[in-house]
Design a protein around this ligand. Structure first.
Ligand SMILES: [Fe+2]
Ligand SMILES: [Fe+2]
Length: 285
């Protein structure tokens, strides 16, 4: 069966800055900044942005789904770096579709000031959920879910958004459907396990709406910083994939920075991982 479409998935870029001004360290950002200072600055190699843009463009695939967590604590500087990276991709001829992750709504202030929309709005669809069609006609539904929290990193999909997703799905032409989100629907899968305070609230209702439709669907997510690909244990038409963080590398860790290439044919999805191992390298599923 010939391929009808292809999509690139990048997620959890986590551009970072260490904040020294105590006035900007009130509330939750104090802890987030500590995490950046102790850990993230050694694990998220955002200096690879240019090389990574080259590798994405070299695949020959024209659409990139950027699935959230562009920043670490939603600072202006982090958003500026993320916007510069997405513009670099656009400059390479790639169409970028971006949605926010929980780190892009890190504080209530950053969400209220709509910092994500201000810096990355040109890549964000006008509303979520929404449907865009890939060049070969494959429908791609983009979902909301990120929200600010006092301390946890949980997300929420509201009932009205699930209903809207079901409507969008029923209007899709026959054939496979892609769904892009920040949070995975399964709390655990071979490859990851999420504690309750890091999960998507209402995920089960959304899973039922997708799985119960009887359609062939691939749900693509990030957030867990792990790669996985699994058929839903209850709904045979529904598949779940997650991609590891784009710029990740920790000395001694087996995991590598990653992006995923998704090939869509009439009745199946084929995934291929690109990992950073001194250079970007295409690997198997
Ligand atoms: Fe993340
Ligand atoms: Fe996240």
């Amino acid at each position: 069966m010939p391929n009808r479409d292809a999509l690139l998935h990048i997620t959890d870029l986590h551009f970072w800055e260490i904040v020294w001004n105590p006035l900007r360290l009130l509330g939750k950002r104090f802890l987030g900044n500590l995490n950046v200072a102790l850990r993230r600055n050694q694990e998220f190699h955002t200096e690879r942005a240019e090389t990574t843009a080259d590798a994405l463009a070299a695949t020959g695939i024209s659409t990139v789904f950027a699935g959230g967590d562009f920043t670490s604590t939603s600072t202006d500087r982090e958003f500026e770096m993320a916007a510069a990276f997405l513009r670099t991709l656009a400059g390479r001829g790639l169409r970028v579709l971006a949605i926010p992750g929980n780190h892009d709504r890190y504080t209530f202030t950053s969400a209220r000031r709509r910092r994500f929309e201000r810096y990355l709005g040109e890549f964000l669809p006008a509303e979520l959920p929404c449907r865009v069609d890939l060049p070969g006609g494959t429908p791609f539904l983009l979902l909301p879910g990120a929200q600010p929290n006092v301390l946890s990193s949980c997300g929420r999909i509201h009932g009205r958004d699930i209903e809207r997703t079901a409507e969008l799905l029923s209007a899709c032409p026959p054939g496979p459907v892609l769904v892009g989100a920040h949070y995975p629907l399964l709390p655990e899968a071979p490859g990851y396990e999420t504690p309750p305070l890091r999960r998507l609230r209402n995920a089960e209702a959304l899973r039922q709406a997708l799985g119960g439709s009887g359609r062939t669907i691939l749900h693509i997510a990030g957030h867990v910083h792990r790669a996985s690909y699994v058929q839903d244990p209850q709904y045979p038409g529904l598949w779940h994939a997650t991609t590891d963080a784009l710029f990740f590398e920790r000395s001694g860790a087996k995991r590598r920075g990653m992006f995923t290439e998704i090939q869509v044919s009439e009745d199946r999805f084929d995934l291929c991982r690109h990992v950073f191992d001194g250079a970007w390298r295409r690997t198997g599923a």
